[in-house]
Ligand binder design. Structure first.
Ligand code: HEC
Ligand code: HEC
Length: 470
Protein backbone atom coordinates (compact mmCIF):
# COMPACT_ATOMS: atom_id res chain seq x y z
CA UNK A 1 0.00 0.00 0.00
CA UNK A 2 2.75 2.44 0.94
CA UNK A 3 4.15 2.02 -2.51
CA UNK A 4 1.02 3.28 -4.22
CA UNK A 5 0.43 6.00 -1.66
CA UNK A 6 3.87 7.19 -0.71
CA UNK A 7 2.73 10.20 1.26
CA UNK A 8 0.39 8.16 3.43
CA UNK A 9 2.66 7.40 6.34
CA UNK A 10 3.90 10.98 6.39
CA UNK A 11 0.39 12.32 6.31
CA UNK A 12 -0.72 10.02 9.09
CA UNK A 13 2.09 11.21 11.26
CA UNK A 14 1.23 14.81 10.41
CA UNK A 15 -2.43 14.24 11.26
CA UNK A 16 -1.47 12.72 14.60
CA UNK A 17 0.85 15.60 15.33
CA UNK A 18 -1.96 18.01 14.47
CA UNK A 19 -4.40 16.19 16.75
CA UNK A 20 -1.92 16.05 19.59
CA UNK A 21 -1.27 19.76 19.16
CA UNK A 22 -4.97 20.50 19.08
CA UNK A 23 -5.59 18.67 22.33
CA UNK A 24 -2.55 20.13 24.06
CA UNK A 25 -2.87 23.79 23.08
CA UNK A 26 -4.96 26.17 25.13
CA UNK A 27 -7.89 27.82 23.32
CA UNK A 28 -6.38 31.29 23.57
CA UNK A 29 -3.35 30.24 21.59
CA UNK A 30 -5.56 28.75 18.88
CA UNK A 31 -7.66 31.86 18.70
CA UNK A 32 -4.57 34.01 18.31
CA UNK A 33 -3.67 32.07 15.20
CA UNK A 34 -0.44 30.46 16.32
CA UNK A 35 -1.07 27.59 13.91
CA UNK A 36 2.13 26.52 12.33
CA UNK A 37 2.07 25.89 8.62
CA UNK A 38 2.63 22.15 8.99
CA UNK A 39 -0.41 21.79 11.19
CA UNK A 40 -2.51 23.65 8.64
CA UNK A 41 -1.14 21.40 5.89
CA UNK A 42 -2.14 18.21 7.72
CA UNK A 43 -5.54 19.61 8.58
CA UNK A 44 -6.03 20.69 4.95
CA UNK A 45 -5.72 17.13 3.66
CA UNK A 46 -8.02 15.96 6.41
CA UNK A 47 -10.67 18.53 5.44
CA UNK A 48 -10.48 17.56 1.78
CA UNK A 49 -11.08 13.91 2.54
CA UNK A 50 -13.56 14.08 5.41
CA UNK A 51 -15.70 17.24 5.14
CA UNK A 52 -19.04 17.31 3.39
CA UNK A 53 -19.34 20.87 2.05
CA UNK A 54 -22.13 20.04 -0.39
CA UNK A 55 -25.36 18.07 -0.20
CA UNK A 56 -24.73 14.35 -0.78
CA UNK A 57 -24.94 12.98 -4.32
CA UNK A 58 -26.07 9.39 -3.64
CA UNK A 59 -26.05 6.71 -0.96
CA UNK A 60 -24.24 3.39 -0.70
CA UNK A 61 -27.30 1.46 -1.85
CA UNK A 62 -27.35 3.48 -5.07
CA UNK A 63 -23.62 3.10 -5.61
CA UNK A 64 -23.88 -0.65 -5.12
CA UNK A 65 -26.70 -0.89 -7.68
CA UNK A 66 -25.02 1.13 -10.44
CA UNK A 67 -23.88 -2.04 -12.21
CA UNK A 68 -27.53 -2.86 -12.99
CA UNK A 69 -27.50 0.00 -15.53
CA UNK A 70 -24.37 -1.17 -17.38
CA UNK A 71 -24.36 -2.65 -20.87
CA UNK A 72 -23.60 -6.32 -21.47
CA UNK A 73 -21.24 -8.11 -21.04
CA UNK A 74 -20.14 -5.80 -18.22
CA UNK A 75 -23.39 -6.22 -16.35
CA UNK A 76 -23.26 -10.02 -16.26
CA UNK A 77 -19.66 -9.88 -15.20
CA UNK A 78 -20.62 -7.54 -12.35
CA UNK A 79 -23.57 -9.72 -11.39
CA UNK A 80 -21.28 -12.70 -10.88
CA UNK A 81 -18.59 -10.72 -9.07
CA UNK A 82 -18.20 -10.34 -5.31
CA UNK A 83 -19.41 -7.07 -3.81
CA UNK A 84 -15.80 -5.90 -3.42
CA UNK A 85 -14.87 -6.51 -7.03
CA UNK A 86 -18.15 -5.03 -8.19
CA UNK A 87 -17.32 -1.84 -6.30
CA UNK A 88 -13.90 -1.88 -7.87
CA UNK A 89 -15.48 -2.22 -11.32
CA UNK A 90 -17.73 0.76 -10.58
CA UNK A 91 -14.75 2.86 -9.54
CA UNK A 92 -12.93 1.91 -12.73
CA UNK A 93 -15.92 2.82 -14.86
CA UNK A 94 -16.31 6.28 -13.33
CA UNK A 95 -12.63 7.11 -12.89
CA UNK A 96 -12.57 6.88 -9.10
CA UNK A 97 -9.61 5.69 -7.02
CA UNK A 98 -10.08 3.40 -4.00
CA UNK A 99 -9.26 5.17 -0.73
CA UNK A 100 -5.93 3.77 0.53
CA UNK A 101 -7.34 3.25 4.04
CA UNK A 102 -10.68 1.78 2.98
CA UNK A 103 -10.93 0.48 -0.58
CA UNK A 104 -14.73 0.21 -0.38
CA UNK A 105 -14.93 3.99 -0.80
CA UNK A 106 -13.17 6.32 -3.18
CA UNK A 107 -10.76 9.19 -2.65
CA UNK A 108 -12.99 11.48 -4.69
CA UNK A 109 -16.09 11.33 -2.51
CA UNK A 110 -16.49 11.83 1.22
CA UNK A 111 -18.60 9.04 2.66
CA UNK A 112 -20.49 10.17 5.76
CA UNK A 113 -21.46 8.01 8.73
CA UNK A 114 -24.86 7.51 7.12
CA UNK A 115 -23.20 5.99 4.02
CA UNK A 116 -23.97 8.97 1.79
CA UNK A 117 -21.39 9.97 -0.83
CA UNK A 118 -20.58 13.66 -1.31
CA UNK A 119 -18.41 14.94 -4.15
CA UNK A 120 -15.23 16.67 -3.00
CA UNK A 121 -12.61 18.79 -4.76
CA UNK A 122 -10.71 15.55 -5.31
CA UNK A 123 -13.32 14.34 -7.83
CA UNK A 124 -11.56 16.43 -10.45
CA UNK A 125 -8.29 17.10 -8.65
CA UNK A 126 -7.05 13.66 -7.53
CA UNK A 127 -5.84 11.37 -10.26
CA UNK A 128 -3.46 8.50 -10.83
CA UNK A 129 -0.68 7.95 -13.28
CA UNK A 130 0.57 4.50 -14.25
CA UNK A 131 -1.60 3.07 -11.48
CA UNK A 132 -0.22 5.40 -8.79
CA UNK A 133 -2.35 8.08 -7.13
CA UNK A 134 -0.36 11.30 -6.79
CA UNK A 135 -1.47 14.20 -4.56
CA UNK A 136 -2.57 17.18 -6.65
CA UNK A 137 -2.63 15.30 -9.95
CA UNK A 138 -5.72 16.09 -12.06
CA UNK A 139 -8.15 13.20 -12.42
CA UNK A 140 -7.88 12.38 -16.12
CA UNK A 141 -10.36 9.50 -15.78
CA UNK A 142 -13.32 11.12 -14.05
CA UNK A 143 -16.54 10.19 -15.89
CA UNK A 144 -18.73 12.81 -14.23
CA UNK A 145 -21.57 12.75 -16.77
CA UNK A 146 -21.78 8.96 -17.05
CA UNK A 147 -21.78 8.59 -13.28
CA UNK A 148 -24.52 11.21 -12.89
CA UNK A 149 -26.67 9.65 -15.64
CA UNK A 150 -26.41 6.18 -14.17
CA UNK A 151 -27.04 7.42 -10.62
CA UNK A 152 -30.18 9.10 -11.89
CA UNK A 153 -31.43 5.86 -13.46
CA UNK A 154 -30.93 3.98 -10.21
CA UNK A 155 -32.66 6.74 -8.24
CA UNK A 156 -35.72 6.44 -10.46
CA UNK A 157 -35.79 2.68 -9.85
CA UNK A 158 -35.24 3.05 -6.10
CA UNK A 159 -37.74 5.95 -5.96
CA UNK A 160 -35.23 8.31 -4.42
CA UNK A 161 -35.23 12.10 -4.91
CA UNK A 162 -32.87 13.77 -7.36
CA UNK A 163 -30.00 15.82 -5.96
CA UNK A 164 -28.31 18.97 -7.24
CA UNK A 165 -26.06 17.13 -9.71
CA UNK A 166 -28.97 15.13 -11.12
CA UNK A 167 -30.92 18.34 -11.69
CA UNK A 168 -27.93 20.42 -12.76
CA UNK A 169 -27.00 17.95 -15.46
CA UNK A 170 -30.44 18.32 -17.01
CA UNK A 171 -29.66 22.03 -17.49
CA UNK A 172 -25.94 21.94 -18.32
CA UNK A 173 -23.60 19.36 -19.83
CA UNK A 174 -21.22 18.15 -17.10
CA UNK A 175 -18.44 16.82 -19.28
CA UNK A 176 -18.61 15.40 -22.81
CA UNK A 177 -15.24 13.61 -22.64
CA UNK A 178 -14.15 11.58 -19.61
CA UNK A 179 -11.40 13.29 -17.67
CA UNK A 180 -12.59 16.79 -18.55
CA UNK A 181 -15.49 18.79 -17.13
CA UNK A 182 -17.58 21.86 -17.83
CA UNK A 183 -16.68 23.08 -14.32
CA UNK A 184 -15.93 26.64 -15.42
CA UNK A 185 -19.42 27.16 -16.76
CA UNK A 186 -21.07 25.64 -13.66
CA UNK A 187 -19.19 28.29 -11.75
CA UNK A 188 -20.28 31.11 -14.06
CA UNK A 189 -23.92 29.94 -14.00
CA UNK A 190 -23.97 29.74 -10.20
CA UNK A 191 -22.21 33.08 -9.74
CA UNK A 192 -24.84 34.84 -11.84
CA UNK A 193 -27.31 34.10 -9.06
CA UNK A 194 -25.34 35.70 -6.24
CA UNK A 195 -24.71 39.23 -5.18
CA UNK A 196 -21.25 40.30 -4.22
CA UNK A 197 -21.64 39.07 -0.65
CA UNK A 198 -22.81 35.70 -2.02
CA UNK A 199 -26.44 36.09 -0.99
CA UNK A 200 -28.63 34.17 -3.46
CA UNK A 201 -30.52 36.53 -5.77
CA UNK A 202 -33.35 35.45 -8.03
CA UNK A 203 -32.50 36.28 -11.63
CA UNK A 204 -34.05 34.74 -14.72
CA UNK A 205 -32.09 31.83 -16.17
CA UNK A 206 -30.17 32.82 -19.27
CA UNK A 207 -29.21 30.23 -21.83
CA UNK A 208 -26.28 32.08 -23.35
CA UNK A 209 -23.53 30.04 -21.70
CA UNK A 210 -20.79 28.69 -23.96
CA UNK A 211 -20.32 25.21 -22.58
CA UNK A 212 -16.93 23.58 -22.96
CA UNK A 213 -14.83 21.03 -21.12
CA UNK A 214 -11.56 21.61 -19.37
CA UNK A 215 -8.79 19.48 -17.98
CA UNK A 216 -8.20 20.54 -14.39
CA UNK A 217 -4.70 21.93 -13.75
CA UNK A 218 -2.10 20.24 -11.53
CA UNK A 219 -2.35 21.60 -8.00
CA UNK A 220 1.40 21.54 -7.31
CA UNK A 221 1.66 24.70 -9.43
CA UNK A 222 -0.45 26.57 -6.91
CA UNK A 223 2.53 27.85 -4.92
CA UNK A 224 4.07 29.41 -8.03
CA UNK A 225 1.00 31.30 -9.16
CA UNK A 226 -0.36 34.70 -8.17
CA UNK A 227 -3.49 34.39 -10.33
CA UNK A 228 -5.60 31.34 -11.07
CA UNK A 229 -7.14 29.71 -14.12
CA UNK A 230 -6.17 29.24 -17.75
CA UNK A 231 -6.41 32.96 -18.50
CA UNK A 232 -5.10 34.06 -15.10
CA UNK A 233 -8.09 36.28 -14.40
CA UNK A 234 -8.67 35.57 -10.70
CA UNK A 235 -6.38 36.53 -7.81
CA UNK A 236 -5.33 33.50 -5.78
CA UNK A 237 -6.48 33.09 -2.19
CA UNK A 238 -8.20 30.69 0.18
CA UNK A 239 -11.62 32.24 -0.46
CA UNK A 240 -11.23 31.77 -4.20
CA UNK A 241 -10.97 28.05 -3.53
CA UNK A 242 -14.51 28.08 -2.14
CA UNK A 243 -16.32 28.73 -5.42
CA UNK A 244 -17.02 25.06 -5.84
CA UNK A 245 -19.33 25.35 -2.80
CA UNK A 246 -21.82 27.66 -4.55
CA UNK A 247 -24.90 25.46 -4.27
CA UNK A 248 -28.09 27.13 -3.09
CA UNK A 249 -27.82 25.44 0.33
CA UNK A 250 -24.62 27.43 1.04
CA UNK A 251 -24.96 31.14 1.72
CA UNK A 252 -22.79 33.87 3.30
CA UNK A 253 -23.12 32.19 6.71
CA UNK A 254 -21.62 28.89 5.56
CA UNK A 255 -18.88 30.60 3.58
CA UNK A 256 -17.81 32.60 6.62
CA UNK A 257 -18.00 29.59 8.91
CA UNK A 258 -15.81 27.49 6.60
CA UNK A 259 -13.34 30.19 5.67
CA UNK A 260 -10.70 29.04 8.13
CA UNK A 261 -10.96 25.45 6.92
CA UNK A 262 -10.07 26.71 3.47
CA UNK A 263 -6.97 28.38 4.87
CA UNK A 264 -5.93 24.85 5.80
CA UNK A 265 -6.83 23.53 2.36
CA UNK A 266 -4.84 26.34 0.80
CA UNK A 267 -1.85 25.49 3.00
CA UNK A 268 -2.04 21.90 1.76
CA UNK A 269 -2.18 23.03 -1.88
CA UNK A 270 0.70 25.39 -1.28
CA UNK A 271 2.80 22.54 0.14
CA UNK A 272 2.47 20.16 -2.80
CA UNK A 273 5.54 19.14 -4.77
CA UNK A 274 5.57 17.83 -8.33
CA UNK A 275 6.13 14.08 -8.65
CA UNK A 276 9.45 12.85 -10.03
CA UNK A 277 9.69 10.69 -13.16
CA UNK A 278 9.94 7.18 -11.66
CA UNK A 279 11.90 5.51 -14.46
CA UNK A 280 15.39 5.84 -15.92
CA UNK A 281 16.46 9.00 -17.76
CA UNK A 282 19.26 9.33 -20.33
CA UNK A 283 21.01 12.16 -18.52
CA UNK A 284 23.40 13.08 -21.35
CA UNK A 285 20.48 13.44 -23.72
CA UNK A 286 18.42 15.35 -21.15
CA UNK A 287 21.37 17.72 -20.68
CA UNK A 288 21.24 18.58 -24.40
CA UNK A 289 17.49 19.07 -24.04
CA UNK A 290 18.04 21.53 -21.22
CA UNK A 291 19.81 23.89 -23.61
CA UNK A 292 17.02 23.54 -26.20
CA UNK A 293 14.48 24.33 -23.49
CA UNK A 294 16.39 27.40 -22.33
CA UNK A 295 16.48 28.81 -25.87
CA UNK A 296 12.99 27.94 -27.08
CA UNK A 297 10.68 27.45 -24.11
CA UNK A 298 12.08 29.12 -21.00
CA UNK A 299 11.05 32.69 -21.80
CA UNK A 300 7.41 31.66 -21.34
CA UNK A 301 7.55 28.62 -19.06
CA UNK A 302 10.36 29.61 -16.70
CA UNK A 303 14.01 28.93 -16.44
CA UNK A 304 14.20 25.69 -14.51
CA UNK A 305 12.13 22.95 -12.95
CA UNK A 306 10.89 23.20 -9.41
CA UNK A 307 13.58 20.79 -8.27
CA UNK A 308 15.99 23.69 -8.62
CA UNK A 309 16.20 26.34 -5.95
CA UNK A 310 16.85 28.91 -8.67
CA UNK A 311 13.59 28.21 -10.49
CA UNK A 312 12.13 31.33 -12.07
CA UNK A 313 8.55 31.37 -13.20
CA UNK A 314 7.40 34.46 -15.15
CA UNK A 315 3.66 33.57 -15.12
CA UNK A 316 3.43 35.01 -18.59
CA UNK A 317 0.09 35.52 -20.30
CA UNK A 318 0.48 34.86 -24.02
CA UNK A 319 -1.94 36.62 -26.39
CA UNK A 320 -4.58 34.22 -27.66
CA UNK A 321 -3.61 34.54 -31.33
CA UNK A 322 0.03 33.95 -30.55
CA UNK A 323 -0.51 30.75 -28.55
CA UNK A 324 -3.19 29.64 -31.03
CA UNK A 325 -4.71 26.87 -28.90
CA UNK A 326 -8.48 26.44 -28.71
CA UNK A 327 -10.07 29.79 -27.83
CA UNK A 328 -13.50 28.74 -26.61
CA UNK A 329 -12.45 28.87 -22.95
CA UNK A 330 -11.01 32.35 -23.52
CA UNK A 331 -14.19 33.64 -25.23
CA UNK A 332 -16.64 31.93 -22.88
CA UNK A 333 -16.18 34.34 -19.97
CA UNK A 334 -17.40 37.89 -20.45
CA UNK A 335 -15.71 40.84 -18.77
CA UNK A 336 -18.82 41.00 -16.63
CA UNK A 337 -18.53 37.36 -15.51
CA UNK A 338 -14.92 37.97 -14.56
CA UNK A 339 -15.82 41.18 -12.74
CA UNK A 340 -18.64 39.43 -10.84
CA UNK A 341 -16.11 37.09 -9.34
CA UNK A 342 -13.39 39.68 -8.83
CA UNK A 343 -15.56 42.11 -6.83
CA UNK A 344 -17.16 39.35 -4.79
CA UNK A 345 -16.40 38.08 -1.31
CA UNK A 346 -14.24 35.38 -2.94
CA UNK A 347 -11.69 37.98 -4.08
CA UNK A 348 -11.91 40.49 -1.23
CA UNK A 349 -9.50 38.95 1.25
CA UNK A 350 -6.82 38.71 -1.42
CA UNK A 351 -6.92 42.33 -2.44
CA UNK A 352 -6.55 43.38 1.17
CA UNK A 353 -3.79 40.85 1.85
CA UNK A 354 -1.28 41.64 -0.86
CA UNK A 355 -2.95 43.95 -3.33
CA UNK A 356 -3.22 41.28 -6.05
CA UNK A 357 -6.05 42.31 -8.37
CA UNK A 358 -8.17 40.25 -10.70
CA UNK A 359 -8.28 40.93 -14.44
CA UNK A 360 -11.47 41.69 -16.33
CA UNK A 361 -10.00 41.36 -19.80
CA UNK A 362 -6.95 39.11 -19.87
CA UNK A 363 -5.32 38.81 -23.30
CA UNK A 364 -4.80 35.06 -23.64
CA UNK A 365 -3.65 31.97 -21.76
CA UNK A 366 -1.05 31.70 -19.04
CA UNK A 367 2.03 29.63 -19.88
CA UNK A 368 1.83 27.18 -16.99
CA UNK A 369 4.83 25.91 -15.03
CA UNK A 370 6.01 22.59 -16.49
CA UNK A 371 7.06 20.93 -13.22
CA UNK A 372 5.95 17.31 -13.07
CA UNK A 373 4.63 17.72 -16.61
CA UNK A 374 5.33 14.05 -17.41
CA UNK A 375 2.51 13.07 -15.03
CA UNK A 376 -0.26 15.52 -15.89
CA UNK A 377 -1.32 14.49 -19.40
CA UNK A 378 -3.44 15.11 -21.37
CA UNK A 379 -2.03 18.54 -22.30
CA UNK A 380 -3.28 22.07 -22.89
CA UNK A 381 -6.12 23.63 -20.94
CA UNK A 382 -8.72 21.51 -22.75
CA UNK A 383 -6.76 18.25 -22.42
CA UNK A 384 -6.74 17.81 -26.20
CA UNK A 385 -3.21 16.43 -26.68
CA UNK A 386 -2.45 13.04 -25.12
CA UNK A 387 1.37 13.08 -24.85
CA UNK A 388 4.35 15.44 -24.75
CA UNK A 389 5.60 13.89 -27.99
CA UNK A 390 2.38 15.15 -29.60
CA UNK A 391 2.87 18.59 -28.03
CA UNK A 392 6.26 18.67 -29.76
CA UNK A 393 4.91 17.29 -33.10
CA UNK A 394 1.98 19.53 -33.85
CA UNK A 395 1.35 18.03 -37.31
CA UNK A 396 0.98 14.50 -35.88
CA UNK A 397 -1.58 15.19 -33.16
CA UNK A 398 -4.47 12.70 -33.42
CA UNK A 399 -7.85 13.99 -34.65
CA UNK A 400 -9.57 11.51 -32.33
CA UNK A 401 -8.00 9.52 -29.52
CA UNK A 402 -9.18 6.84 -27.21
CA UNK A 403 -7.10 5.99 -24.20
CA UNK A 404 -6.39 2.58 -22.83
CA UNK A 405 -7.92 2.60 -19.39
CA UNK A 406 -4.99 3.77 -17.29
CA UNK A 407 -2.05 2.92 -19.55
CA UNK A 408 1.01 5.18 -19.53
CA UNK A 409 3.15 5.75 -22.61
CA UNK A 410 6.77 6.09 -21.43
CA UNK A 411 8.15 6.64 -24.91
CA UNK A 412 5.88 9.46 -25.91
CA UNK A 413 5.47 10.59 -22.28
CA UNK A 414 1.79 10.80 -21.47
CA UNK A 415 -1.40 8.86 -21.86
CA UNK A 416 -1.33 5.60 -23.77
CA UNK A 417 -3.82 6.10 -26.58
CA UNK A 418 -5.18 4.65 -29.78
CA UNK A 419 -5.25 7.35 -32.47
CA UNK A 420 -8.05 7.54 -35.03
CA UNK A 421 -8.76 9.78 -37.97
CA UNK A 422 -12.39 10.23 -37.02
CA UNK A 423 -14.96 8.86 -34.60
CA UNK A 424 -15.78 5.16 -35.07
CA UNK A 425 -18.65 4.57 -37.51
CA UNK A 426 -20.56 2.09 -35.37
CA UNK A 427 -23.23 3.45 -33.06
CA UNK A 428 -21.88 4.24 -29.63
CA UNK A 429 -23.80 4.75 -26.42
CA UNK A 430 -23.28 8.16 -24.86
CA UNK A 431 -21.09 6.55 -22.17
CA UNK A 432 -18.89 4.98 -24.84
CA UNK A 433 -18.72 8.20 -26.83
CA UNK A 434 -17.25 9.95 -23.81
CA UNK A 435 -14.27 7.61 -23.88
CA UNK A 436 -13.16 9.25 -27.15
CA UNK A 437 -11.61 12.70 -27.41
CA UNK A 438 -12.87 14.21 -30.66
CA UNK A 439 -10.82 17.30 -31.50
CA UNK A 440 -13.34 18.39 -34.17
CA UNK A 441 -15.89 19.34 -31.50
CA UNK A 442 -16.23 22.93 -30.24
CA UNK A 443 -13.77 23.72 -27.47
CA UNK A 444 -11.74 20.58 -28.17
CA UNK A 445 -9.28 21.64 -30.86
CA UNK A 446 -5.74 20.31 -30.46
CA UNK A 447 -4.25 22.95 -32.77
CA UNK A 448 -1.85 25.71 -31.84
CA UNK A 449 1.20 26.19 -29.64
CA UNK A 450 3.36 25.64 -32.72
CA UNK A 451 6.51 26.89 -30.96
CA UNK A 452 8.23 23.47 -31.10
CA UNK A 453 7.92 23.49 -34.92
CA UNK A 454 11.14 25.53 -34.98
CA UNK A 455 13.10 22.50 -33.71
CA UNK A 456 14.64 19.64 -35.68
CA UNK A 457 14.00 16.01 -34.75
CA UNK A 458 17.23 15.65 -32.80
CA UNK A 459 16.43 18.70 -30.68
CA UNK A 460 12.90 17.41 -30.05
CA UNK A 461 14.23 14.03 -28.90
CA UNK A 462 16.56 15.62 -26.38
CA UNK A 463 13.90 18.10 -25.25
CA UNK A 464 11.44 15.24 -24.61
CA UNK A 465 14.07 13.57 -22.41
CA UNK A 466 14.63 16.83 -20.52
CA UNK A 467 10.90 17.34 -19.95
CA UNK A 468 10.87 14.06 -18.00
CA UNK A 469 13.22 15.60 -15.44
CA UNK A 470 11.13 18.68 -14.59
C1 HEC B 1 -16.00 19.28 -11.41
C2 HEC B 1 -14.56 19.36 -11.40
C3 HEC B 1 -13.90 20.23 -10.37
C4 HEC B 1 -14.11 20.23 -9.01
C5 HEC B 1 -15.06 19.38 -8.22
C6 HEC B 1 -13.19 21.22 -8.47
N1 HEC B 1 -12.45 21.78 -9.47
FE1 HEC B 1 -10.92 23.05 -9.26
N2 HEC B 1 -10.76 23.23 -11.27
C7 HEC B 1 -11.48 22.50 -12.19
C8 HEC B 1 -11.16 22.97 -13.52
C9 HEC B 1 -11.72 22.44 -14.83
C10 HEC B 1 -10.24 24.02 -13.38
C11 HEC B 1 -9.62 24.89 -14.48
C12 HEC B 1 -10.40 26.18 -14.61
C13 HEC B 1 -9.76 27.20 -15.50
O1 HEC B 1 -8.55 27.21 -15.66
O2 HEC B 1 -10.49 28.04 -16.06
C14 HEC B 1 -10.00 24.15 -11.94
C15 HEC B 1 -9.11 25.05 -11.38
C16 HEC B 1 -8.79 25.09 -10.04
C17 HEC B 1 -7.72 25.87 -9.48
C18 HEC B 1 -6.80 26.80 -10.26
C19 HEC B 1 -5.47 26.20 -10.47
C20 HEC B 1 -4.58 26.99 -11.41
O3 HEC B 1 -3.39 26.72 -11.41
O4 HEC B 1 -5.08 27.86 -12.14
C21 HEC B 1 -7.73 25.64 -8.13
C22 HEC B 1 -6.76 26.21 -7.11
C23 HEC B 1 -8.81 24.74 -7.85
N3 HEC B 1 -9.43 24.40 -9.03
C24 HEC B 1 -9.18 24.32 -6.59
C25 HEC B 1 -10.33 23.58 -6.33
C26 HEC B 1 -10.83 23.31 -4.99
C27 HEC B 1 -10.17 23.76 -3.70
C28 HEC B 1 -11.96 22.58 -5.15
C29 HEC B 1 -12.92 22.12 -4.07
C30 HEC B 1 -13.38 23.12 -3.14
C31 HEC B 1 -12.14 22.34 -6.58
N4 HEC B 1 -11.14 22.99 -7.25
C32 HEC B 1 -13.13 21.56 -7.13
C33 HEC B 1 -12.35 21.48 -11.90
C34 HEC B 1 -12.86 21.20 -10.65
C1 HEC C 1 5.32 32.30 -26.39
C2 HEC C 1 5.21 31.56 -25.17
C3 HEC C 1 5.46 30.06 -25.20
C4 HEC C 1 6.57 29.40 -25.70
C5 HEC C 1 7.77 29.98 -26.38
C6 HEC C 1 6.35 28.00 -25.38
N1 HEC C 1 5.15 27.82 -24.75
FE1 HEC C 1 4.42 26.08 -24.06
N2 HEC C 1 2.69 27.00 -23.52
C7 HEC C 1 2.45 28.36 -23.64
C8 HEC C 1 1.08 28.62 -23.25
C9 HEC C 1 0.40 29.96 -23.21
C10 HEC C 1 0.52 27.38 -22.91
C11 HEC C 1 -0.93 27.11 -22.48
C12 HEC C 1 -1.73 26.72 -23.69
C13 HEC C 1 -3.09 26.14 -23.41
O1 HEC C 1 -3.27 25.53 -22.34
O2 HEC C 1 -3.97 26.28 -24.25
C14 HEC C 1 1.56 26.39 -23.09
C15 HEC C 1 1.40 25.05 -22.81
C16 HEC C 1 2.43 24.11 -22.88
C17 HEC C 1 2.30 22.75 -22.47
C18 HEC C 1 1.08 22.09 -21.85
C19 HEC C 1 1.05 22.36 -20.37
C20 HEC C 1 -0.06 21.66 -19.66
O3 HEC C 1 -0.03 21.65 -18.43
O4 HEC C 1 -0.98 21.14 -20.28
C21 HEC C 1 3.52 22.17 -22.69
C22 HEC C 1 3.90 20.73 -22.38
C23 HEC C 1 4.38 23.16 -23.25
N3 HEC C 1 3.69 24.35 -23.35
C24 HEC C 1 5.69 22.94 -23.61
C25 HEC C 1 6.46 23.88 -24.28
C26 HEC C 1 7.78 23.59 -24.81
C27 HEC C 1 8.49 22.27 -24.67
C28 HEC C 1 8.22 24.72 -25.40
C29 HEC C 1 9.50 24.95 -26.13
C30 HEC C 1 9.68 24.20 -27.36
C31 HEC C 1 7.16 25.72 -25.24
N4 HEC C 1 6.13 25.16 -24.56
C32 HEC C 1 7.26 27.01 -25.70
C33 HEC C 1 3.34 29.31 -24.04
C34 HEC C 1 4.57 29.05 -24.62
Amino acid sequence: MDEIWPARTGLRVAVWVAMAWFLATPWEAKAQGTDTESIRVARGWNRLTTREYLPADFDQEIFDALWTTWPEPLRSRAEQASIESRRRMAMDRYGLIPHPDDPSRSLQYVVGKDGRWTMSCLACHQGQVAGRPIPGLPNSNYAIETLTEEVRLVKVRQRKPFGHMDMGSLLLPLGTTNGTTNAVMFGVALMRHRDKDLTVVARPLKFDLIHHDMDSPAWWHYAKRSHLYADGFAPKGHRMLMQFLLVKENGPKEFLAWEDEFRDIEAWLQSLKPPEWPWAVDTALAEKGRAVFATHCGSCHGSAGSHSAKAVYPEKIVPIDEVGTDRVRFDSLTARDRRNLNVSWFAQSVATRDGTKGRESPVGYVAPPLDGIWASGPYFHNGSVPTLWHVLHSASRPAVWHRTHTGYDRDRVGLEVISLESMPVQRLTSAERRTYFDTSKPGKSAAGHDFPDALNEEEKTSLLEYLKTL
